[in-house]
Design a protein around this ligand. Structure first.
Ligand code: B3K
Ligand code: ZN
Length: 900
């Protein structure tokens, strides 16, 4: 905490210096008491003669120091320097045994970083820099050591004592206390340290690895939740098998544990052998979790497990390299989920969902004040850089290697990466070098994906030469200026494409003239490396419809002047499911943007038949996967529409989108009704992709039907709500009743209140379901600021619990744009109040919420002024954390930067 916000220090990548001392072994003893935990630490350290850093530097924050002993001698206060963040010992010998005694008030720690208490149990969170809140330590990822940890605690209050690695000893201490000693055989950076102590129960299983070795798998939860751990356990076993099969990577420990807590700043954490999870990504049964929850659990369990190799065995040299482990591990979890579905459309659906997230969140980030390269050059608070750019764009960057090098080539690169760097802390350049060297490729230009921020735009122009039967495709790239980066150099862009014939089949793609090669591939990857390049396709007998950026082969914005007819052709025929979906989105986007203008000008609104027909065909095409049809029927979101506009106008956007949904509902009501009936999933609930796809399409049809004002459709939702035997269908019915326009009419008010109350009563003891109850209301178009303030007073609301804060306040600020941008600015005030209150409790979560105003310069001047005032109010708050200060200061600098 600090008083002025000007002294927030920036750390630069270029200033990296290797540590002055290495740590070989760490021995720790914890005497766990919620009010005062005593920690004794012994470090065996040795000088790093290659470093320019001569001092022995330890980090420490918010801890009491009781003793410091160097090679057996107590250090006097004059023998070291200490401030609020560091402890520095100058002139230390080359070999050091350092003994440190500290204590921590874990029960007062509301930041959920370091050691903290949740529901009476102890948890830790050390990434990125939380270990320094436990003891003094060279808390940086390039210092890797082996750990032995002794935990002592009251036996009744804390019957379970867990840490990383293997349990080597346990027993009674007398006095009602007991102990457990853990040893982690692998060297690890301090951010992967973890301990858990408390009243927990577990589901466990012995699992046989491919090699025949048996390992113990455990999923630990609070009592009463053992009926919700099976899916997490199944996901863990699937992850282990997948990593063996796809990458030849085996679990290196004899024991692997997952522990769930309801107080957690993010999704989960990959601590070595002891993954700690937000309950949201562990607990599921059909009564409480939706299909999306099941999918989320599978991918997060996979993600954390995959970190064991990409992150833990090979880690990051410094935090600027974060995407080395995060981008790669997101790529791995995306592939895992895709492979588990098993078929081509299932994979495509997963790909489309991932692209949607990238566009909805990362593209705006890249265009706003927090824009940064995948490998950032600077930060004030590293926790602010666990972003969609580092994660999702980082994953796209890894995917581009995969696209460029192919399945085998990518695997060769991964093998070489582990061969070279197992047990090391390395950089993104090391990863790129392994990919290049394993494949004999020059990937030097590819480096720009790591160093240049901003979303590149690729402009494509096609020209058909009917005489020569040649189709000429011209591609040009440009990348807009971003904060601190005015001029960008061309990227190395893999550009997958095909050319469709009139009958929907594909032309053979032949880049050289001469004899026709009918066996030539129908889909190819062009490599765009210059600002502009031209490609000629030969033996193209008639004007083709180009299918461009197939499977979203690069994280760029593609401009091509498609006609409506071409888009309809792609939507009907493209063999590339991504481009097929994209064609539908382009048709919709075009209309929506025009309609927004009409709303602004007070003109009459109309939707053309051509669009309705194109969607009708997809909706009823039984040859298409239901999950895919649902994606096509889902219009671009209000957030995405706002991004497409020079000056965003959330109210007009909301009305225009509403109008299109209502018009589609009106025109296609018979189709929606039969789709609804045809996709019921009777019988026992199964969360697999096929069943989930059916439910998604059915519930999409339901939501459209409720845009069309009619008592019978309202009844449909009402009945579904009460009869639903799984949470997916229950929430979908409730959501339709709260979000769709006809359902918002006054005559339904009483029934809306009835279902909301019923839902609360039934699930009041299921925290994750009550989160849904808050979210559904926060996102409802009829919920205004006043109602949000009311809900904040609800007995079930708590700002201190991150999941609850996210379910109400974040949901409102980020997912209800028409209400959040209310003309009187009252929601900005609510935002400010919440950021300021959270700042005191939990700076990391506060900083996340602070980002809701990132795009403030995109709004009309009157709104901008109110947002600026809200930002300024936060920026000048006393005791602002560097987390929040960095975000609001960058946002406030936005205007001036762009005007330069
Ligand atoms: N590595 C953690 C994220 C830590 C966030 C610290 N603020 C989870 C993950 O990416 O798997
Ligand atoms: Zn991760």
């Amino acid at each position: 905490m600090r008083n002025t916000n000007q002294d927030v220090k920036t750390i630069y990548r270029k200033d990296y210096v290797a540590p002055g001392y290495w740590v070989d072994t760490v021995e720790m003893g914890f005497d766990l008491h919620p009010q005062r935990t005593h920690v004794a630490t012994r470090l065996h350290m040795r000088r790093n003669h290659d470093s320019a850093e001569k001092d022995l530097i330890l980090f420490g924050e918010d801890i009491q120091l009781h003793q410091l002993r160097l090679n057996g001698v107590d250090l006097k206060r004059s023998a070291y320097q200490r401030n609020k963040e560091r402890l520095i010992i100058s002139n230390a010998p080359d070999t050091v045994v350092l003994e440190i005694e500290t204590s921590i008030a874990a029960d007062k720690n509301t930041t959920m970083s370091g050691l903290y208490v949740s529901n009476g149990n102890f948890f830790t969170q050390c990434e990125a820099e939380g270990f320094r809140k436990i003891t003094y330590f060279p808390d940086r990822p390039d210092v890797m050591a082996t750990y032995t940890v002794m935990l002592r605690a009251d036996k009744k209050q804390f019957p379970v004592l867990l840490s990383n690695g293997n349990l080597i000893e346990q027993g009674d201490l007398g006095d009602g206390r007991h102990y457990a000693k853990w040893e982690d055989p692998f060297k690890k950076p301090s951010y992967l340290f973890a301990l858990v102590a408390g009243k927990l129960v577990c589901q466990e299983e012995k699992y046989r690895l491919k090699s025949g070795r048996k390992v113990l798998l455990q999923v630990w939860v609070e009592e009463g939740n053992l009926d919700k751990t099976q899916h997490a356990m199944d996901s863990l076993k699937n992850s282990i098998r997948w990593d063996e099969e796809r990458f030849g990577l085996e679990l290196d420990l004899d024991r692997f544990m997952i522990v769930a807590t309801s107080d957690f700043n993010m999704g989960a954490m990959e601590n070595k052998g002891l993954n700690i999870f937000n309950t949201k990504y562990v607990l599921a049964n059909s009564r409480t979790a939706t299909d999306a929850d099941y999918a989320g659990i599978e991918s997060v369990v996979g993600h954390e497990y995959f970190h064991n190799w990409t992150g833990n065995r090979v880690t990051c040299r410094d935090w600027f390299q974060l995407s080395l482990k995060e981008g790669l591990t997101v790529f791995r979890d995306q592939e895992f989920s895709g492979d588990l579905v098993g078929n081509a459309t299932g994979r495509a659906v997963k790909r489309i969902e991932d692209v949607r997230i990238l566009r909805q969140h990362q593209f705006p980030e890249d265009a706003g004040p927090m824009s940064h390269p995948v490998r950032p050059d600077s930060y004030a608070e590293i926790n602010n850089f666990y972003t969609v750019t580092v994660y999702e764009k980082g994953s796209e960057v890894v995917r581009m290697y995969y696209t460029l090098l192919g399945h085998e080539g990518f695997r060769k690169g991964m093998d070489l990466y582990f061969q070279r760097h197992d047990g090391q802390a390395v950089t993104c350049d090391d990863f790129r070098a392994a990919m290049a060297d394993a494949n004999g490729r020059d990937l030097s230009q590819f480096e720009r994906w790591y160093s240049q921020a901003g979303t590149p735009r690729v402009k494509a122009d096609g020209e058909y030469d009917a005489k020569r039967h040649v189709y000429r495709l011209k591609l040009s790239q440009a990348c807009p200026a971003t904060a601190g980066q005015d001029h960008k150099l061309p990227f190395h862009i893999p550009f997958a494409m095909g050319l469709l014939q009139q009958d929907g089949s594909e032309f053979a793609l032949q880049l050289e003239s001469g004899k026709a090669h009918p066996q030539a591939p129908r889909s190819i990857i062009l490599e765009l490396t210059q600002e502009t390049q031209e490609f000629e396709f030969h033996h193209i007998e008639h004007e083709p419809t180009p299918s461009l950026l197939r499977n979203f082969s690069a994280p760029v914005i593609l401009d091509f002047d498609y006609s409506d007819a071409q888009l309809a052709h792609l939507l009907a025929h493209d063999s590339d499911a991504f481009c097929r979906w994209e064609a539908g989105q382009r048709l919709a986007m075009r209309r929506l943007l025009k309609l927004v203008k009409s709303v602004q000008n007070g003109e009459a609104l109309a939707l053309d038949d051509m669009f309705v027909e194109a969607l009708r065909k997809t909706l009823v095409d039984a040859n298409l996967d239901p999950a895919f049809r649902e994606l096509v029927m889902t219009l671009p979101s209000e957030v995405m529409l706002a991004e497409e506009m020079e000056i965003a106008d959330p109210h007009s956007i909301h009305q225009a989108r509403r109008f299109v949904r209502a018009s589609l509902a009106q025109a296609l009501k018979a189709e929606f009704l039969s789709v609804y009936q045809d996709h019921l999933t009777p019988g026992k609930y199964k969360p697999d992709a096929v069943s989930a796809g059916k439910r998604a399409l059915k519930n999409c049809a339901l939501s459209y039907l409720l845009e069309w004002s009619h008592e019978s459709t309202y009844e449909l939702a009402y009945t579904q709500y009460f009869e639903a035997e799984n949470m997916t269908d229950k929430v979908a019915a409730l959501s339709a009743m709260l979000h769709c326009s006809s359902a918002l009419q006054p005559q339904y008010q009483a029934r809306r209140a009835e279902v909301l109350q019923d839902f609360f009563d039934e699930f009041q003891h299921e925290a994750l379901v009550i989160d849904k109850w808050f979210s559904l209301q926060a996102c409802a178009p009829s919920t205004d600021v006043k109602q949000i303030r009311q809900l904040m007073k609800h007995k079930a609301f708590s700002l201190a619990n991150p999941n609850r804060a996210r379910s109400l306040i974040f949901a409102f600020c980020n997912a209800n744009p028409a209400q959040f941008h209310a003309a009187d600015g009252s929601a900005y005030e609510l935002w400010g109040d919440a950021v300021i209150a959270l700042n005191k409790l939990n700076p990391q979560v506060a900083a996340r919420l602070a980002r809701s105003l990132d795009r403030w310069t995109k709004y009309p001047v009157a709104q901008q002024e109110m947002m600026r005032a809200a930002l300024q109010r936060v920026a000048t708050t006393k005791g602002l954390s560097k987390d929040v200060a960095e975000i609001v200061n960058k946002a406030l600098a936005m205007k001036t930067e762009l005007c330069l």
